[in-house]
Design a protein. Structure first.
Length: 337
């Protein structure tokens, strides 16, 4: 016999509506807006670390003539009351697919489809203040080729420098018990990522993937990336920075990291004539493929000295500030999901 059958909480869960002080993650989760672009995967899907202003470099102050002939004709938003105006404007610019933007009058965001071509049409201005423009003056930011790459259209500025080669690959690797079935960018077998195929080498052999020369980096320079290390024969993945002072290890993962893509964010800091190197070492057998995707450089331009990490500022800041919660902590922040 059966009696008193009752269904509870069986409907589809309604996604929360995030308030003005929160950021809406791609998966619908709400997080504190101050936790965006802090090198931690607070959303659990990486969306709070995507499309940050790491590509945008302040290239100068330029005069503006309002109206139909304006150099940057499209107003995207007003961020005059936000200390992170450049970040907010950069996000909107990327969503539009534009390549440059300007801040005017203390943080009003302007851009346009030809902003990267027309920004200097009225000449140089000296009216900009604190990176947020001025009266009839745009502080112009340009998205540059800084080494960030999702590998969908090539390897960007990354080169494999050893006999054991990192290859641009899509879909599952062979054998099927190692490597990712999809890339991270698109989550699709059609999407591309960089693969160090363990079947192409011998145990202990090293494969190196190296960036171009970053010249001089700012003190807030950081690198984030997604990696996949699945299989019984996984070896080791290390990240190094090399500059005129020598080489230093910034991060490492020894052995399997589990199923799925994992996120890592690394603070690099101020360097001169630097490059970033991923070093993969093959493990004990051919079930040891190592994969990389969505490498992003953040605030690595020398001009980044007056930008702030989002969130509560540390005390006794001198131009460069960080969260108090990150003071006296490791350089490396890694979130696995």
């Amino acid at each position: 016999a059966l009696d008193d059958i009752e269904f509870r909480d069986c409907g589809l869960e309604e996604l929360p509506v995030c308030n003005s002080a929160e950021f809406t993650c791609k998966n619908g989760r709400c997080i504190n807006a101050e936790d965006v672009c802090d090198l931690v995967d607070n959303c659990w899907d990486g969306s709070d670390e995507n499309d940050c202003d790491q590509h945008a470099v302040n290239i100068g102050c330029y005069y503006e003539v309002p109206g139909n002939t304006a150099a940057l004709p499209e107003k995207l938003g007003d961020f005059t009351n936000q200390h992170n105006a450049s970040l907010a404007c950069a996000r909107l610019t990327l969503q539009k697919g534009y390549q440059a933007f300007g801040l005017q009058n203390g943080g009003v965001c302007y851009s346009g489809p030809n902003a990267h071509l027309d920004y200097a049409k009225f000449g140089v201005s000296y009216a900009c203040v604190n990176g947020k423009g001025g009266y009839h003056a745009n502080d112009v930011y340009m998205f540059g080729q800084d080494g960030s790459c999702n590998f969908e259209h090539g390897t960007c500025v990354w080169n494999s420098t050893t006999d054991l080669v990192w290859v641009r690959h899509h879909g599952p690797s062979n054998p099927p018990y190692t490597g990712p079935p999809t890339d991270h960018t698109l989550g699709s077998a059609a999407g591309f990522y960089m693969l160090l195929n363990s079947s192409a080498g011998t145990p202990g052999q090293v494969g190196i993937l190296q960036s171009h020369n970053l010249a001089t980096t700012g003190p807030l320079c950081a690198v984030s990336f997604w990696y996949n290390m699945k299989g019984s024969g996984i070896g080791k993945l290390q990240v190094y920075v090399t500059d005129d002072a020598g080489q230093a290890e910034l991060w490492s993962q020894d052995g399997p990291s589990g199923n799925g893509w994992r996120y890592a964010g690394i603070f690099v800091g101020e360097k001169h004539e630097a490059n970033i190197t991923f070093v993969g070492t093959l493990g004990s057998n051919s079930n040891g493929d190592i994969a990389l995707d969505d490498i992003h450089f953040s605030r690595c331009g020398a001009e980044a000295t007056n930008l702030y990490l989002l969130g509560e500022q540390g005390e006794d800041c001198d131009e460069v500030c960080a969260k108090k919660s990150m003071l006296c902590s490791d350089n490396i922040v890694t979130n696995n999901k």
